[in-house]
Every structure is written in C-alpha cells, then in structure tokens.
Design a protein around this ligand. Sequence first.
Ligand code: FAD
Length: 814
Amino acid sequence: MGLPAHARVVIIGGGAVGVSSLYHLAKAGWTDSILIERNELTSGSTWHAAGNVPTFSTSWSIMNMQRYSAELYRGLADAVDYPMNYHVTGSVRLAHTKERMREFQRAKGMGRYQGMDIEVIGVGEIGKLYPFVETHDLAGALYDPNDGDIDPAQLTQALAKGARDLGARIVRFCAVTGVRREGGEWVVETTLGNIRCEKVVNAAGYRAQEVGRMFGRFVPMMTMSHQYLLTEPIPEIEAWSAASGKKLPLLRDVDSSYYLRQEKTGFNLGPYERNCRGHWMTPFDPMPDDFSFQLFPDDLDRLEWYIEDAMKRVPVLGTVGVQKVINGPIPYTPDGNPLIGPMPGLPNAYEACVFTFGIAQAGGAGKVLAEWVTEGATEWDMWSCDPRRFTGSEDQAYCDVKGLEVYGHEYAIHFPRHAWPAGRDRKLSPIHDMTKALGAVYGAYNGWERALWYARPGDDTSEASTQTFEREGPWHVRIREECLAVRDAAGILDLPGFSRYRVQGAGARAWLEGLITGNVPKPGRIGLAYFSDDKGRIVTEMSVMAIAEDFFFLITAAVAQLHDLEWLLAHRPEGSAIDIKDVTDAFSCQILTGPASRAILASVCDADLALPWLTHQTAQITGRYCQLVRVSFAGELGWEIHTKTDDTAAIIEAVWSAGKAHGLKPFGMFALDSLRIEKGYRAWKGDLSTDYTLLQGGLDRFINWSKPDFPGKAALQAEQQRGVSKRFVALVVEAGECDPPYMSTLWHGGKVVGETTSGAWGHRVDRCIALGMLRSDLAAPGTEVEVEIFGVRHRAIVQDGQAVWDPRNERLRA
Ligand SMILES: Cc1cc2nc3c(=O)[nH]c(=O)nc-3n(C[C@H](O)[C@H](O)[C@H](O)COP(=O)(O)OP(=O)(O)OC[C@H]3O[C@@H](n4cnc5c(N)ncnc54)[C@H](O)[C@@H]3O)c2cc1C
C-alpha cells in the first residue's frame, strides 16, 4: 500500500505497542489513523519476546494496564477472528523471605480490588501446583491464575487485523526520516514521501530516541540486552503434561531473579542478571542502521549463576542441554516504566515507547494512548508512565546507570525507606554541605537531593537496613525526635527544587480565576489552588503567591515541574500578554516551623511576624532579601523562607545559628510526611490524582460555585446532584509493625469499601494514621472499618474532619 497524503493520526512503529495503539484508536472511532513501520510488523523487540503476560505489579496503574491486557487477549482471537496461541497457565511466584511474602500480600490485596483472584499460598501447597520444584528453603508463594504466555507476533497480527477491519491503515517497509510542523499540522517525512497529520505518536521501541531526535526531543532511555534460553525436551515434563492435559504454571523465582516457563516439553529460562549488560552505549558499539529481526550474540557466561540456581530449584532442568539462546534488545527508561502520553513541549505529539514489558502491557498501553489522543485524558491516573515525569535534566549517562540498575533489580522489592543509589547527587541544594554535615540521609526528588532523615554518629544508614516494610528501623527514633522538635520547639527542612513559575502580565488574575476551582488570593496573600479537568478530576494543586494584582508565583511539587507548566501553557489564551516562566532553579526554599519559629525569625530580621497565616512579605536577613511565607505543611506555626539561590546559604546559616538557642533541629522528608498526614494535607499523585474528583477528594471548600465557569464545573455540579460515591477521610489505624502503604484496601462487613492513599505513624498523636477514600455512606466520624495491611486486616476508625492534629488550625494561626 502506498502512503496517503493525509491522516488524522500517524503512529511511528509497528511493534505490539504501536499496533495496539492503532487498534484502540480505530475502536474509538478514529479510523483515519495510519501506522508506519520501517520494516515488517514486529521486527523490533516484539518478534523475539518470550511473550509472558503477567498481571502482577505493586503499582496500581501498571497492574491496571496489565490486567486490561490479559482481559483483552482472552477475547481477542474471537473479537478479530484471528486464532492465536495464548496459554493462560497461571503462575507461581516464589518467596524466600518474610518481606517477599509481604510484597505478595500487597499485590494480592490490590489484585483482588481489581477483580483478580490472586492467592498467597504456603510452602506445602506449592508442590501441588508445581510438582518439580524444591521448596525446603522457601517462605511461600503467590499464585496468579491470570498469568500466561502469548505468541507476540500473533498478538500483533491479531491487533493489526482488528485495526484494519475497522478501517485503519498500516504501511510497512516505510521508514520515518523526519518530522516538521507546518500550518498547525505535522508533516511526517518518510522513505515513501510525506504525510500530513493532526497528531503523531512515537511508538518506535528501542529506536524511540532516534525518532525523538526528529522532534528535537531527548527521549530518556537506554537499551539492555536480555536473554532467555530454550532447553531440549524433558521426558518428565512431557509425561506430566500428557497426564494432566496442561502446561506447567509459569515459575518465577524473584529472589533469585529469573522466570522459568514450560516451552513445548522443555523450558524457557529468562534471568534478569545483576551483572547485566547494556548495548549501543558507546561510540564503539553503535546501533546498526537496520537491526530488524536481529539478535545480539549469545552471552551465557553472564547467566551461569542463574542457570545453576534454577537447576537446583527445578532439578529436571539440569537433565538436558540448551537448544537455543535468544539475546535481544529491551529499552529502559531511568525508572523502568514506559513512556505513554503527551510528548513534552510539543503540540499534538505523543509517546508510547520504551517498554520493558511491552507484550504484557501492549493491550493496556494501547487503551491509554488512544485516550490521550482522542480525549486528552485517561481513565486511570497514569502518572507512573507519563513522559513528563522526567523533567529534562536526565542525560545519557544518567539514563545508562539507571537503566542498568533497574534491569539488575527487575524483581526487587520496593521498600518505602529505600533510596536507589545510582545516578545520585545530580542536583544539590545551595546548603547541601550544611545538611550533609548535620547527618542527612538523602533521597532524590526530581533529581534534587533532599534529606530524608538526619542520622546521628553510629546510626545504621546502610542500604541493607532499609530492606523492610516495617515502621521501625534506624530512622524511626530520629524521625520521632524531628517531629517532636517541630511540635515543641522548631524544625527546619531544606526543600530544594520546589517547582516555581512566575506568572505576570495584564489579565493574569482574571485568567487564573477562570482556570482554578476556587479563589485567587489578593496581593500579599498565598492560597492553595486546585486545577480540575473537564470531568471534575484533580489534575494538580499549586500554591498561588500573589505579589501584585497581575503578578504571581505558582509553586508546586518538584516532580510536577513539567506537568504543571504544560497545563498552564496549554490553557493560556493565544496571543495573551501573560508571561509564564519556569524559575525553579533561581530560588530555594526552607520550611521553618514550630512554636519557636517566630522567636527565631525575630532575632534575625525585623519583618512583621504578627501578619496572619496565609500571608507573605519581603524581609531582609543578614542583609539579603527573602520572602517569608506564613504557611506550614507540617501544621505548626511557621514560615517558608524563599530565597534566591545565591543568598540561600548566608540566610539559612543566620537562621540556623539563631535557632540553636531555641532548640531548632533539622528535619527531613520522612518527618514531613508524618506531620502532613496528621494534618490531613495531601500529597500529589498519592492523595491527589485524576483517579478522584475534587468532591471525592474532600476539596469542597476550594470550589467557588458562584464563579461563572471553570474547567470541571459542570461535571462537579452533576456529581453533587447525583451524590458523591466516595469521600476522603482520615483514619486512626490499630496497625501492627507496618503502616498502610498506598492502595491498601479498606473493608467493612466483609466488603471492599475503599482504599488508602497515604499512611504513616503520627508521632505527635502517637498513632498510625491513614488517609484514603471511603464509600460515602461509611464516611461518618466514628465508623469502624478495617485496613488490610500486607494481608492482615486492622481495625480503623474514621476521624471527625481530615486532620487528626490541631483540627482547628490553632497552632498554625498562633
Ligand atoms: C529476549 C526478550 C524477551 C522478552 N520477553 C518479554 C516477555 O516475556 N513479556 C513482555 O511483556 N515483554 C518481553 N520483552 C520485551 C518486549 O519485547 C518489548 O517490551 C516489546 O516488544 C516492545 O514493543 P514495542 O511495540 O514498544 O517496540 P518494538 O517491538 O521494538 O517496535 C518498534 C517498531 O518501531 C519501528 N520503527 C523504529 N523506528 C522507525 C522509523 N523511523 N520509522 C518507522 N518505523 C520505525 C521498528 O522497526 C519496530 O518494529 C522481551 C524482550 C526481549 C529482548
């Protein structure tokens, strides 16, 4: 087929993901879509993939995507009339440790919430499901009946048939060589000529960076080599399959780091090895111009430990030889999740690329991508895969070290107090040396190193100590000291990289007023602003600091830097005089909070410290200017001290010196998390996400219904009339050793009735607190529910209001 002159959407790349995107666009009625593939469909990573289709994940959004894929694949052959090999064998995931069992319990809880019958089983039951496995040293296993394997090429062809039948087009053996904007459209240049389109999608797999360059965009990624080996037939397996009439479930020994799958009557063994290898990382190893349907040379030495370990685990594996090795490219982003969503900085351009599990995720990814393209928003909050979570400071060296780290720990447990060590120290606070000297243990927030907690000499700050879900560890007593200092004296927290935009120009106030759900503060004041989408869902929250009538600083989470900027820019009227500038790097911020904070500031500046809560003023400390903002995310009397980065060190050193006499202590992000949860203050992309509307989020007081209009107003009004189905609540939980993580299930009367969005130990109230979403009829104060924490249900009581600490804000207003 030749290339038409025009299409509504052009997708670049015909792997499983690109073709699924085309299928989902066509299903949404966007049949004037075309996919362009430089070679044959599947010629990238797709053709040689092992084809495992797990649903397991401890990320809510990734699990959603994989669950959707598995559901789609089950009915796909019939839906598009294209028979294919899809074996739903179930899988057995082995646990060597108690913490691994906790991880399984968590996945089971989330899976059940999503409607999947995942089970956690004891050692004695493993053999019944999988007779060939050694179990004497195990702690248990997870059984997922939905797991299986699919033929990746057949899957892609089936999706292609479905898309074509609906009217979408596919052009093969046509390489995209460039793109340009012309007359409000994209012109996609190819080896078969040019095609104009409204929207364009980069689905080029491990070539996504090459295609990204055509857009002037650096796609944060690198390419790993991944191998699996196929064995000769094994008579015992053949006999078992013949007798039982089925395939063995897929076995994953995640603590040893490999999968083992029955392939015909032998095995497919695929390790994620620690001593892993990237490809195409140096000028001496360039990516060939055409790598289609090619593999890397076998490199079995790297896998030796894993092969031996698997032979001990499943001894029949050791009875036969290796028949074939597949060593192919898998692209990795710095956090291992794919890129699905708007291409940063460019209109009507999208990404659906850099998939490490692109077969398992293709179905869900196609749905998500199609929603972005056709509706500009997705059903599920997909921030974990949003390209804008990388904000542009990632260079190739960073992508390389992070990709190697993620691959080498593909099956690692993600513990709440653990900070991954690769690619660190990239963005340092102006007072980094000071926090370091004070004992800071750091974590990276959008690349910025922030203190998590402050260790004393002799405290265990090793990575090994963080390998636990339990609340208590070397940090616990220090977090407590930090929180109590904030309660009883004062604490200071260094917050570099707080994202900040300067919004200025005639009409800025009126424009903001029309864009947020509530009111824009008057000059001299600061307020929280919520941005809703057309469905009334929470897009983001920013602090609006009004400097003058039409001059504001908008401040938001570090990681929201690109996301929020794009939201503002996308909603600025064309030709508007309003200037919006990202000035994040020019400023820094510290939170000084606690009852002694006023006395500390009074000793270093002559600002009017009687100005009320939610005001701000310019002040001079040690001869340098700063902005004192009377707010505290910790929920005590306090000020944020905003400084120009050149002045930060001098100002904070003066505050620090003055504070010593008042019991000032440094505190870190872990303490801040505990303090803000006690106050019911929400964190972005946990408590605040597009999974919830503003009304569900309990943000009613930030909605000004009397305004003529704002995005989401009609939807929120309709929701209010219908009745709000769930409500944001604070819970006091009778927890055991662990606090409830994100998306822990809430139960009542044996039914699932909600989920947590945050959880922590509140040191000021000496209780475990959870924030979450609960069915509205149960949200009355005093209602007793249960929170499932790592498989165990704990009693919890709904609190009166959203704050457990100082509900009337008396301490804040002191
Ligand atoms: C050994 C191995 C085993 C794996 N096993 C599994 C597994 O069990 N389960 C799982 O989920 N995943 C597995 N994967 C990963 C999986 O293969 C990938 O995640 C998936 O194939 C990615 O699909 P994709 O459509 O994003 O990219 P690709 O399949 O790479 O497709 C991208 C396409 O874009 C085309 N393209 C690139 N540039 C251009 C251009 N300029 N113009 C036109 N077309 C272009 C390419 O030719 C290619 O066909 C495995 C990978 C390897 C290496």
